[in-house]
Write a protein that binds this ligand. Structure first.
Ligand SMILES: Nc1ncnc2c1ncn2[C@@H]1O[C@H](COP(=O)(O)OP(=O)(O)O)[C@@H](O)[C@H]1O
Ligand SMILES: CC(=O)N[C@@H](CCC(=O)OP(=O)(O)O)C(=O)O
Length: 294
């Protein structure tokens, strides 16, 4: 390798050093989903990023999605997936499929991925350690087409009521990376299907996380011309939603970020999981690659 190229490599490490120092001992809650969870090269890059974070003393907590994987199994079973405002309408049969897919195969595949890349991961759902305590979500329909606000029954869709961090605190004290399925448990032991971004936001608050990082399939929050908004103060989110700059699936994402920011999390990031090593590029470089909500 030519000397100039070697020097460039060392510069990258030096650029990362102040960030490594600043984040040592801090918790990052990372929502993992989208393309980053299906493409083999991206999957391994994600695992390596998380392992490197753990190695330099950061406590990464992974919350995963799995909407497409649930959809595949439902279709095979002859069930038709149905969404309202980005939330899956979840009847009794569907909630069983959701739990089997998320807390089962999807969760274990991620645990396996991290372990195979040299880390130590353990999977849990919200039922383990009573970690994610939930109640039925009261969903009010929104958007320009809704004239009168209307409450919709989405079935077994949950809202986080309380997070018990006991189990996650144990992991924090060890070298184990927790991988959390977004399945909640109700007061009577009932199972709730919860949006993974929302679980990540609540976990970040409960754990006093330094960062909430949401991986998605777009570069970040885009303006009306499609240009990336690299940084935005949390107080501007409302305006961006009201003026229609932020729409659709980006509304609950940015609202989750706002909730986290307003409850002690220092920064919330929305980044492009289609970029290899998106996590390290966002966290350990001066410019970052996505949107940071400060
Ligand atoms: N201002 C915006 N910037 C970026 N994406 C936006 C914006 N407004 C709406 N969106 C939409 O939000 C989507 C991301 O939300 P969603 O599909 O729910 O993500 P995920 O599947 O990763 O959870 C984007 O694909 C895009 O279509
Ligand atoms: C209530 C609700 O919609 N829950 C989601 C949970 C998984 C998820 O959030 O997965 P993604 O991040 O891949 O969308 C669902 O059933 O699909």
């Amino acid at each position: 390798m030519p000397m100039a190229q070697m020097v460039e490599k060392v510069k990258v490490l030096i650029e990362a050093l102040p960030y490594m120092r600043r984040f040592e001992g801090k918790t990052f809650v990372i929502k993992y989903g989208g393309n980053a969870m299906v493409d083999d090269q991206l999957k391994n890059a994600f695992a390596m990023d998380v392992i490197l974070m753990r190695q330099v003393g950061i406590n990464p907590v992974i919350v995963h999605g799995g909407g497409p994987q649930i959809g595949q199994i439902m279709t095979r079973m002859g069930l038709k997936p149905h969404f309202i405002d980005g939330l899956r309408v979840t009847d009794e049969e569907t909630v069983n499929v959701v739990e089997m897919v998320l807390a089962g195969k999807v969760n274990k595949d991620i645990v396996n991925l991290i372990n195979l890349n040299g880390g130590r991961a353990a999977g849990l759902s919200g039922k383990d350690g009573h970690t994610i305590q939930a109640r039925k979500l009261t969903h009010v329909r929104r958007g320009p087409e809704v004239k009168v606000p209307e409450i919709i029954d989405l079935g077994w869709v949950g809202d986080v009521e309380r997070i018990d961090t006991t189990l996650l605190d144990r992991f924090r004290a060890s070298d184990i990376i927790p991988v959390v399925a977004p399945v909640g448990v109700g007061a009577k032991g009932e199972t709730y299907n919860i949006n993974a971004d929302s679980v990540a936001g609540h976990l970040a608050v409960a754990m006093g996380a330094e960062k909430l990082i949401l991986l998605t399939d777009v570069p970040g929050v885009l303006d009306t011309e499609g240009n990336l908004i690299s940084q935005t103060p949390v107080d501007d989110i409302n305006h961006l939603i009201k003026t229609g700059v932020i729409r659709g699936g980006m509304i609950p994402k940015t609202e989750t970020c706002r909730h986290a920011r307003n409850n002690g999390v220092s920064a919330a990031h929305i980044i492009d999981g289609r970029i290899e090593h998106a996590l390290l590029l966002e966290v350990f470089t001066d410019r970052g690659i996505g949107t940071v909500i400060i």
